[in-house]
Design a protein around this ligand. Sequence first.
Ligand code: GLP
Length: 241
Amino acid sequence: MRVIQVNDYAEMSQKAAEMISEQVRKKPDSVLGLATGETMLGTYAALVNEHQQHNTSYRDVRTFNLDEYIGLDATHPNSYRYYMNERLFRFLDIPLAQTYIPNGCAPLLEEECARYERLIEQCGGIDLQLLGIGQNGHIGFNEPNTSFASTTHVVQLSESTRKANARFFPSADAVPTHAITMGIATIMKSKQIILLVSGKRKAWAVSHLLEGEVTPAVPASILKAHPNVIVIADTEALSHV
Ligand code: GLP
C-alpha cells in the first residue's frame, strides 16, 4: 500500500483526478469503479475540468459504482444514481448505458446482486477502483464484520452509518435502512485501487488502516492484502498516525 500525503481536500481531489484521467488516456476503454459521498465531489469536479480542458474522452469507458440505497430510484436526489448523473456523467461524453449502478429498486434484489456481479466480470473486471472510507472503516457499504469473501449483496446499514449519512437527507429517519453494495471480494478483484481520505472525521479509520491488524471488524484493513493500492490522504486524516 502506497500512501501519498497531501495538504488538504483540494490537493487530494486534484491528484485523484489526474490519476483517473491518466488511466483513461492510457486505456480509453478502461473499466472504472466509482464511489460517492462527500469525499468524491472534489475529484469529480476536477475530472470534469480536466475533461473540458484536455478533451480526454470517456466514450469507450465503462463505470461500475460501488453501491446504491434500496428504495431510492434514479430521480430521487439522494440516490447514488442521481448523484453520479448530476456530478459527473452529464459533463462527460460517456453514454449513460455504459454507466452501471446497482438498481436499488429492482423487484428481486438477490437477482440484481448476482446480475451486477456477472456484469463486472463480463466487462473484464475493474481496472481502477476509486474508494472512500466510512468513519467505522467501511468500504462501499460493507459494514464491520462483513465477510472478506462477500460479493455484491444486500446490507442492513449500521445506525452509525445512517447517522453519518443523515446530513444529506431531510431527516435521520429518511436515510434508507438497506443498500446494495459490491462485496469485499468484488472490490479486492480490482486491478488497482485508489482510496481517498480527507478530514479529522476519518482519522481513526485511517490510523487503523495503516497501523492496525487486518480484521473484518475494520473492513478497509483488507486493502493491505491487495498488491496495488494507493491511499491519498490529507494531513487531518493522518493526524492520528
Ligand atoms: C457512504 C458510502 C461509501 C463512502 C462513505 C464515506 O457510506 N457508501 O462508499 O466511502 O459513505 O462518505 P463521505 O465521503 O461522505 O465521508
